[in-house]
Ligand binder design. Structure first.
Ligand code: GSH
Length: 219
């Protein structure tokens, strides 16, 4: 039974799941979420009324949330490169870093972008300022942590790096990482050089004009 991923290549959370799939060479069918594919959109809405993507379908099973999709793949469709350590104590550090990237890099980054899409009168400058402050705090914290590590949780590329790639990618476009955070910038470059994430970035290139704040001419 072919795995189906309901996703869009330009979406950061989809790139998180795609990086895991590419990392392990896991075969799947992309169900592209696009206004040009009303049938796919209808299937997606029926599968997950919350309508956040990606969503993975494995036979009769629907799996939501990028982190859970990656954990699910490791359990039911393992490949050559496990993205969570077998040792539960080591896995805790990976999960902790995964939560950091979701909650304190991606969430404030998305808040800034979604705010920019609202009509002027409905924007929330205070929330945007708070989100920018959170990103600065997160960059500073990460700069210390990643100074000692090649990957988010140590020497091995993991679940946490699958999210770190797209989230730092778009966070830097949204709220540039100050050159003072040299370790974060170097880590972002290591992620961009990782073939699995580089493939996701390349597949999303045609969609760059869609970036609401304007995509910079780099990366
Ligand atoms: N908690 C979800 C978040 C997924 C998410 O926010 N996806 C974005 C695309 S990157 C989305 O669905 N946006 C559509 C919307 O907000 O309506 C996960 O971890 O998968």
């Amino acid at each position: 039974m072919t795995l189906k991923l309901y996703a869009h290549p330009f979406s950061s959370y989809c790139q998180k799941a795609l990086t895991a799939l590419y990392e392990n060479g896991t075969p799947f069918e992309l169900r592209l979420l696009s206004q040009d594919n009303p049938q796919v959109l209808a299937e997606f809405a029926a599968l997950w009324p919350i309508k956040r993507f990606p969503v993975l379908v494995d036979g009769s099973r629907t799996v939501v949330e990028a982190t859970i999709i990656i954990e699910y793949l490791g359990l039911y469709h393992p490949g050559p490169k496990p993205l969570l350590p077998a040792d539960p104590r080591a896995a805790l550090e990976v999960r902790s870093m995964d939560r950091f990237f979701d909650n304190y890099i991606s969430t404030p980054q998305q808040k800034i972008v979604y705010d920019s899409l609202r009509p002027e009168a409905e924007r929330d400058p205070r929330a945007v300022a708070d989100a920018r402050a959170m990103l600065d705090t997160s960059y500073a914290w990460l700069n210390n942590v990643i100074a000692e590590r090649e990957w988010a949780a140590g020497d091995t590329f993991s679940l946490a790096d699958c999210g770190a790639g797209p989230f730092l990618f778009y966070a830097d476009w949204t709220h540039p990482i100050d050159p003072a955070f040299a370790h974060v910038r170097a880590y972002r470059q290591r992620l961009l050089a990782r073939p699995s994430f580089a493939r996701a970035v390349d597949e999303a290139r045609p969609y760059r004009p869609l970036f609401p704040l304007g995509a910079p001419d780099r990366d």
